[in-house]
Write a protein that binds this ligand. Sequence first.
Ligand code: CA
Ligand code: CA
Ligand code: CA
Ligand code: CA
Ligand code: ZN
Length: 563
Amino acid sequence: MPANTQIMTLTFLLILTSFSPMIQAIPLPGEVPACIAEDPPSVVRTWDEVTLMYPDQFHDYEMVQQELAQFEAIAPHLVSIETFGKSTQGLDLNYVLITNEVDTSNKPETLVVAHHHGREQVTIEMTLRFIQHLLSMYGVDETITSYVDNIEIYIIPTLNPDTLEYVVNQGHHWLRKNINPYDEDMDGLVDEDSPEDVDGDGIISQEVLYHIDPVFGVVTDYIRWEGIDNDGDGQINEDPVGHVDLNRNYDVFWEEMTAGSDDVYDETYRGEEPFSENETDAFRRFALNHKFTTAYSLHTGVNATYLSEDSVGRYVEPVLYNKILEDFNEMLPRSFNRPIGPPYMEVSENFSLTRESAESGLWREWMYHERDTILPVTFEIYNNLTSNDMEEFIEINATHTLYRWNGIYEYFNPDKEFIQPLWENIAPAFDYLLNVTPKLHASLTPTSQEIGDGMSITLEMNVGIESPYFGSQEGIEIVTENRTLLRWFLPLVSGQNIENTVRLDLPTSYLDGDVSILLGNNWTGYQRFTIRVQQAQFIITPEMLIISGIALIALVAVIARRR
Ligand SMILES: [Ca+2]
Ligand SMILES: [Ca+2]
Ligand SMILES: [Ca+2]
Ligand SMILES: [Ca+2]
Ligand SMILES: [Zn+2]
């Protein structure tokens, strides 16, 4: 045998000897199941109690920022503070996201936005206490812990932060609109004549001067806020701060104009065009990135819980909304907040409202009609009718009387010692929001895997929606991490549970290590399941042993001959 042929044979036999069992090994057939990696854990609680830095007072902007920073410092894995835009005056518009950040899968979302209107400052206090409540109960109360683990809770403490300096620090309790500079009297000066507390009693009163006319009876000379003529133009308060009612500036039914005003002096001036204001436009961009089935917008000043109505005043979701109103009626103290609407209108004893239909420019209508939020609630949390009695009549002369109403602050806000009791009254409505927000429950149990061209895996799927009222809105998908659709199932209704055997064919690339698949949709969020593929085990058959043996003997023989 020529030497080079011998070397080639030797090499071949060496290779065969070393690798023949591997070459001929076959993966075990279907009985090797993949397994699912463990659920992400709850966040470990490292804090004792959560208290506010400024518990018994109304917060200005700086104080709100400090509270939020403190929350994040206390529970960094549950709290994140994000900026979603700038106010007209350049302040950060922030949202707080409360959720278990260890679990990075995306989850169903809900929203509480407060303080569209400057003087409704107590709504901010409620959002701070809501956050405090969630952090305090996390790891203590099983239900709250589960909400925080499984829901992304978005909270906007103030959508109108520019007003806080005026309302909280300067006592301008009349201020409702945003602080977009505007020259109402068109004299070239901007915001040069706002109301003020002229007599120094701590109140900016509403003043109505009237006289008795022998022919016409009571004639009103003027209605205005207390103030002086700051710029000496002979008019009082003709160019105040405050421009657009943010809750009339949303792009919904704009042409119909069933709410809001085009008069710049009006408290409900809606702006020149939809989303003309920094604050609402920032909210629009924020909301376009989210799918909220449920949301609250907090207001004060009337005794009502507002839900969307159609153009003739019927609730857009009549069956659902009547149930929601029943729940509100049950969980809230009867004395302070009564839902408005059938069959509850008669419940109001000394207060009535004209119910308006499909109100243009409102947050609630925009959320329902443009963002498909089924339950956007305008949640009016406080109203004090006794503030109407805070009045005085001052005789100016024989014919003229000055009527002063001193209750503007009390109308929209409780005294500071009642902030906490107010929260305790309405807290059930916040737990309720989390309860009704539809949560996806899913389990996937692999029963077998097969490896061929790719990987095929069989799973027992159990999926359901937890919410007394809401389903999944859209179909439930199983997708890969980069959102390639693997399977699709019909939408789930509230309380529905489905069980299915699901076979998934995954691409070959999924054979490497752990693989993630996602189950859910944009409304429920996607639960992530990490599948740990059992690596193929190799077996050596008797035939392989014989071949290996022959190869080994041949190798020894060749080596012996060479010697
Ligand atoms: Ca002016
Ligand atoms: Ca002005
Ligand atoms: Ca005064
Ligand atoms: Ca003036
Ligand atoms: Zn309001």
